[in-house]
Design a protein around this ligand. Structure first.
Ligand SMILES: *Cc1c(COP(=O)(O)O)cnc(C)c1O
Length: 361
């Protein structure tokens, strides 16, 4: 007997999630911008906001646990059967539920590294071991090496495309060849959180890979392009037995009524939202080209962010950004991820980056 509650020892090795910091107030009332969480910088569309406000009128009631209207709207929009859908409080939650459905102590989950910082945590809490496969020098997934890393213990492989935080998207030919190599009892999770921002013509839509395959699951979210990060809605499109399993592991009544109604409204206002996405993509082209002109060797950027491979200088660069009024996301020893935000914020990033190069040439 011990004298204290015993937390599972497996938690000792799990990193704590570090959310993007909000900007601290600046002297003299200077503006400060948050470029640290890959959020949509635009305020909600009036129609989406109204749907949420109206939905708040019934907060005394539990939400529809079956997400019926939301599933109908998603099924119609993406031409998938309702039975293949599983929603959660963000696609990170859906990933937790999926991994909980698949993994236990001693299992393994393969993914690229560096990639999304939620992966080590989501895998770790199940008791499974994370198998990190280094990105290629151009910051792309090394899908051959990832297939080679699969063992009899592997339950899932996570493919983050475009990869957060480095930016490149996985290409059609390599993804199809990869999926063919993965054993049928191993689930390929295609995390497409930034799908709407991709302009690389060589990619394949994850749903095309999912269709007709029994071990492919696609994750999508309303947090990024749809501008609903604060409301927490994401979903999986999965083979039916897997969708069932995810829903079994989900928290009951997870997605609030307000969030369900806002997501339905967001789909109804998709044209306007995708115009915002187009503007962000325009800013991405401008910032990416500007950084290249300054001499930065940065990878392709297919999400709503750019990656500066600063290595040991990551923290110092982030501090310089903060000084200038933008909060970016440093990954110490590796690089800095800067979300595309307001035009003025992106201009500040370009200015800090230019000054940095001038000082470190
Ligand atoms: C932002 C993000 C998600 C989704 O996050 P939620 O807000 O939980 O929907 C999923 N995967 C990646 C790689 C992301 O960057």
């Amino acid at each position: 007997m011990t004298s204290r509650p015993r937390v599972r020892t497996t938690l000792d090795s799990i990193p704590t999630y570090k959310p993007g910091r909000p900007p601290s107030p600046r002297a003299g009332g200077l503006p400060a911008y948050k470029l640290s969480s890959n959020e949509n910088p635009y305020p909600p569309l009036p129609g989406v906001l109204k749907a949420a406000v109206d939905a708040a009128a019934t907060m005394n009631r539990y939400p529809d646990m079956g997400n019926t209207a939301l599933y109908d709207a998603i099924a119609q929009r993406f031409r998938v059967p309702v039975t293949s859908l599983a929603a959660g409080t963000g696609s990170v939650a859906v990933l937790y539920h999926l991994l909980q459905a698949l993994c236990t102590d001693g299992d393994e989950v393969v993914y690229a590294w560096r990639s999304f910082e939620a992966y080590p945590i989501a895998v770790g809490v199940t008791g499974a071991a994370a198998v990190h496969v280094p990105l290629k020098p151009d910051a792309r997934h090394d899908l051959d090496a990832m297939a080679d890393a699969i063992t009899e213990r592997t339950r899932a492989v996570l493919v983050c495309t475009p990869n957060n935080p480095t930016g490149p998207a996985v290409h059609r030919d390599e993804l199809l060849a990869f999926v063919d190599r993965v054993p049928p009892d191993v689930v390929v999770v295609i995390d497409e959180a930034y799908r709407e921002f991709v302009r690389d013509p060589e990619i394949i839509d994850g749903l095309e890979v999912w269709r007709g395959r029994e071990n492919v699951c696609v994750l999508r979210t309303f947090s990024k392009a749809y501008g609903m990060a604060g409301f927490r809605v994401g979903f999986a499109v999965a083979p039916e037995p897997l969708a069932d399993a995810i829903r079994k592991c989900a928290l009951p009544f997870g997605v609030s009524h307000v969030a369900q109604q806002a997501a339905i409204a967001a789909l109804a206002h998709e044209t306007e939202l995708l115009e915002q996405v187009e503007a962000v993509v325009g800013e991405r082209s401008r910032v990416h080209a500007g950084l290249r002109e300054q001499g930065w060797n940065i990878p392709d950027a297919q999400g709503n962010f750019v990656w500066l491979p600063l290595g040991e200088d990551a923290a110092a660069f982030a501090a310089a950004c903060e000084e200038a009024g933008i909060v970016v996301r440093p990954f110490p020893g590796d690089g800095v991820r800067a979300s595309l935000g307001e035009v003025e914020a992106n201009d500040l990033l370009l200015r800090v980056a230019a000054d940095w190069r001038a000082a470190h040439a």
